[in-house]
Design a protein around this ligand. Structure first.
Ligand code: UD1
Ligand code: CA
Length: 459
């Protein structure tokens, strides 16, 4: 955005308000859409415009907001008392460069799009003040755009200050605007609070621009939800659905098959290869990358994972912090926890939990097992009900199982322990010591059959 010939762009995001109607102890701008705080959406969009600085004006619960966005490169401005949107912008101005273009955004308007803003900023480059407006189906509560006989915008009137005639206007103020910093600074100094709400309205700069003969350009946004501010949980839910609808559409357009585009939730970044199929009610969190021809069954939750080509995740599985190779099968009802690595062609079946477990090429853990702090070689078969006993109540220990081992059902492997290549463990064993390669280990009570046993009788 910043070429040699253009002034730098600085963004001012207003986020000092209280958000009473959320009925929540969490500050409004920290409520989440798609798993990300509202304010984070706005900041991320602002940063994507390559702004030279992003200022955030905070007041209510300022510390909580700063803590939450700790890692984000923004400059904070304090507005101790909420005296109006104009007063809020003024709190950031001492930190804004005179030659910049200022773009004003709102911390509770999360779905504003970068291309809309780029167009608005471009308007401010050529004129003095550019405002983003909307033709509202229901304009109640919003500021109205007043135009003169030739159609030029000459003022914004807040609903509470508007007369009956003005209230009939359906073109409303989104609040978002772009303007040269020097103009803005000058106009903010002239704001008065002699209006219905006793506030310093940012919107009054439109009339001041006209008075001074500075051009006011308008841009009309089509999508009402793109500029919808969140005031309550109803609007929060509406925006969540809208956001998810957008993501689903992008996935479909890129060739992913979704069983139902209204039943997928992406709370992060989802990258898909070719011919990926995703069944209903799947949730993706963090960064998830899926290879070609992968199939994801219904009700699957996947967080921070890489899934290789031709793998299948069956219904109701949880996958978190995991790398899955090509041609693997997982689930149904599997739980893969952080540090799990599945090598090519391996299988994790139903009711299996893994954590920090490396499963070798072609190995299978098919039923009802816990495998944690373990490294398993190639072509190993882990029988149903096998448990790696990795924890003594204080420390965690490792289990190493070499290639081609066969572990019989209902085995407890008390770590630290190593099972050598090609060894076999008899079912029901509690293995407390290393097993050398090619040996059979059986560690269970011997069976006794007692002849002529009389069953007890009821007294
Ligand atoms: C504002 C606009 C109105 C527009 C509407 C769009 C003004 C005077 N009015 O009205 O024309 O149609 O937004 O939603 O600008 N804020 C602060 N400090 C303050 C006051 C507000 O940070 O002192 C923040 C709030 O947290 C909020 C945003 O600014 O995120 C908008 O404030 P709000 O009081 O909701 O403005 P509206 O009355 O809705
Ligand atoms: Ca509002």
């Amino acid at each position: 955005m910043n070429s040699l010939h253009q002034p730098p762009l600085e963004v001012v995001i207003l986020a000092a308000g209280k958000g009473k109607r959320m009925f929540s102890d969490t500050p409004k701008v920290l409520h989440k859409v798609a798993g990300r705080p509202l304010l984070q959406h706005v900041v991320d969009t602002a940063l994507s415009l390559e702004a030279s600085a992003v200022h955030v004006v905070i007041g209510h619960e300022a510390q909580q907001i700063e803590d939450c966005l700790q890692k984000t490169p923004v400059l904070w401005a304090m507005q101790a008392e909420q005296l109006g949107t104009g007063h809020a912008v003024a709190q950031a101005m001492p930190h804004v460069h005179d030659k910049s273009i200022v773009l004003v955004l709102y911390g509770d308007v999360p779905l504003i799009q970068a291309d809309t803003l780029q167009a608005l900023v471009a308007l401010a480059h050529s004129g003095g003040l550019a405002i983003l407006t909307l033709n509202s189906k229901d304009p109640s509560g919003l500021g109205r755009i007043i135009r003169d006989a030739s159609g030029r915008a000459i003022a914004i009137v807040e609903e509470k200050d508007a007369n009956t005639q003005q209230r009939k206007i359906t073109e409303t103020n989104t609040g978002i605007l772009a303007v040269q910093a020097s103009h803005l600074q000058h106009w903010l100094g002239q704001l008065k609070n002699d209006n219905a709400q006793g506030e310093y309205y940012l919107t009054d700069i439109v009339a001041l621009a006209v008075l001074q003969g500075v051009d006011v350009a308008t841009q009309i946004v089509d999508d009402e939800l793109e500029v919808l501010g969140v005031n309550n949980k109803v609007q929060l839910a509406q925006l969540e659905r809208h956001y998810q609808g957008r993501v689903a559409l992008q996935l479909l357009e890129s060739g992913v098959t979704l069983a139902d585009p209204s039943r997928i939730d992406v709370r992060g970044e989802l990258l898909c290869g070719r011919d990926v199929e995703i069944d209903i009610n799947c949730i993706f969190e963090g960064k998830v990358a899926i290879g070609n021809r992968v199939r994801i069954g219904p009700n699957v939750c996947i967080k921070n994972a890489i899934i290789g080509d031709d793998s299948v995740i069956h219904a109701n599985s949880h996958v978190d912090g995991v790398t899955i190779g090509a041609a693997c099968a997982v689930g149904p009802f599997a739980r893969l926890r952080p540090g799990t690595v599945l090598n090519t062609g391996s299988k994790i079946g139903n009711f299996v939990e893994t954590k920090k477990a490396i499963i070798g090429h072609g190995s299978k853990v098919s039923h009802l097992s816990y495998v944690g702090d373990a490294t398993i070689g190639r072509d190993v078969n882990i029988g149903a009900g096998t448990i790696t006993c990795n924890y003594d109540g204080v420390n965690k220990y490792e289990t190493l199982i070499e290639d081609n081992v066969f572990v019989g059902s209902n085995t407890a492997l008390v770590a630290p322990v190593t099972i050598g290549e090609n060894a076999t463990i008899g079912a029901g064993s509690t293995i407390t010591g290393d097993v050398p390669g090619r040996h059979l280990a059986i560690a269970r009570g011997r069976q006794r059959n007692i002849e002529g046993w009389e069953k007890p009788v009821k007294k």
